[in-house]
Design a protein around this ligand. Structure first.
Ligand SMILES: Cc1cc2nc3c(=O)[nH]c(=O)nc-3n(C[C@H](O)[C@H](O)[C@H](O)COP(=O)(O)O)c2cc1C
Length: 326
């Protein structure tokens, strides 16, 4: 990226940006300064093993990884921080943003933003743990766009290194307008470094937001990077998308042990977010494949078709704003 002035962070996307995806994105395209891991959680009294495996430093070599925890109960949060400390992590993100109803309605993620007393208890417990720095990733609120006003003063308990804001409420899920007015109110109020997250799909979008808010500490990119993992690599070639895809196939072949059917289903799921420029016909062929051979044939056709389109997007992103508007 030409005018990069601040770090670009890869957002956590549960089910997408796992260790296989992160390593493939880093090895093939790069451009990301740090990756946030999808949230980990406690289930049946213990930290999910799958979540711990995902952040195992041996599976995340050569990248800066920030693990994220999601909890309502302070003891669950402490259990996860302890486990992460044992793995060597000293920087941990706290999820106050997840809008998924089964989670939010249990007062976790963005759901917690409607209950400042729960956030206070959580932060107080986490603040008792030595040698860890926290950050927070949050929405504007759960069901109202000003609930952040009750949560932000509590941040003083954990003194976060930064706060990522996705300026929507939890109830909005991922739809509806970004509430830039509230984002600006937060930016004017917060004594902590702020990271902007939301609908950054091109390098030009990133440059625009940095220009508009020069005090931002970083920007975070989620679905844009999942759609086009080469978004930050203007010199990428169609072969790079093939290589990226093949690294995913290799990684999931190694990590999933539910046989060919499970592998094919997982690979099909990648295309829910990857290269959305894929034509409907080719996308359908991927969805219909039942064997790895069928999948490979369909994916090859789709890659040939859509990687070029993704590259055109990158090229468009690098043209000046004024030309874009014509
Ligand atoms: C499928 C999916 C999974 C997500 N998983 C997480 C997660 O584990 N932790 C988190 O903080 N946010 C999660 N998010 C929210 C994203 O990190 C990000 O905040 C949101 O997508 C807005 O950014 P974007 O417009 O760049 O995608 C998820 C979003 C999606 C669509």
């Amino acid at each position: 990226m030409d005018n990069k002035k601040i770090p670009v962070l890869a957002a956590p996307l549960q089910g997408v940006t796992d260790n296989v995806w992160r390593m493939a994105q880093h090895d093939v395209f790069g451009g990301v300064d740090a990756y946030y891991a999808p949230f980990m959680r406690v289930e049946r009294g213990e930290v999910r093993r799958k979540d711990l495996r995902d952040v195992d430093p041996e599976r995340n070599t050569g990248i800066t990884l920030i693990p994220q925890i999601l909890a309502c109960q302070p003891d669950h949060a402490m259990m996860m921080v302890d486990a992460l400390k044992q793995m060597g992590y000293r920087r941990i993100d706290i999820n106050l943003g997840c809008p998924f109803p089964p989670i939010a309605l249990h007062r976790k993620g963005s759901g917690m933003m409607a209950y400042p007393e729960l956030a206070e208890a959580l932060f107080k417990a986490l603040a008792t743990i030595d040698d860890v720095q926290y950050s927070v990733k949050m929405r504007l609120g759960w069901d109202s766009n000003d609930q952040w006003r009750d949560i932000l003063p509590l941040m003083d308990i954990i003194k976060p290194v930064n706060i990522t804001i996705h300026p929507r409420t939890g109830k909005q899920q991922y739809k509806g307008e970004l509430d830039i007015e509230q984002f600006e109110a937060i930016l004017a109020t917060l004594p902590w470094p702020v990271i902007y997250n939301g609908s950054l799909r091109t390098v030009q979008d990133i440059e625009n937001i940095i220009q508009r808010y020069p005090t931002l500490a970083a920007v975070m990119v989620g679905s844009g990077l999942a759609a086009n993992p080469g978004m930050l690599a203007p010199s990428a070639t169609p072969d790079d998308y093939r290589r990226f895809h093949d690294l995913l196939v290799d990684g999931y072949t190694e990590q999933l042990n539910g046989g060919e059917a499970q592998l094919v289903r997982h690979l099909q799921d990648i295309w829910q977010t990857f290269l959305p420029g894929t034509s409907h016909k080719l996308f359908k062929a991927i969805r219909k494949s039942r064997t790895l051979d069928q999948y490979e044939a369909a994916a090859t056709a789709a890659l040939n078709d859509a990687a070029t389109a993704a590259l055109n997007d990158v090229a468009t992103a690098l043209t000046p704003c004024a030309e874009d508007e014509e």
